[in-house]
Design a protein. Sequence first.
Length: 95
Amino acid sequence: MATVEKISIALPQEMVSLVKKAVTTGEYASSSEVVRDALREWTQRRKLRQEGVATLRKAWRQATRESSAGVDAEGVLRRLERKYEAMAKVAEQSS
């Protein structure tokens, strides 16, 4: 294992209870293990979010370089309105 540094964190009581329960039930061996696991997941979510932003930026740059007229926004909005009105009617009839 890499060098470990001990730090102190403050958590709301609800989170403390969740951490203690995870240890008590045997899901985790220690509070530190719970926090490490949570940080691994947080790190992974951040990485995925950053990759998503990079993908969107790339798509935006590509779209702004293209000279096509694109899609008629009004037409798209009309189709969406019809679609969601139909869905609302179906939901009304089934309730």
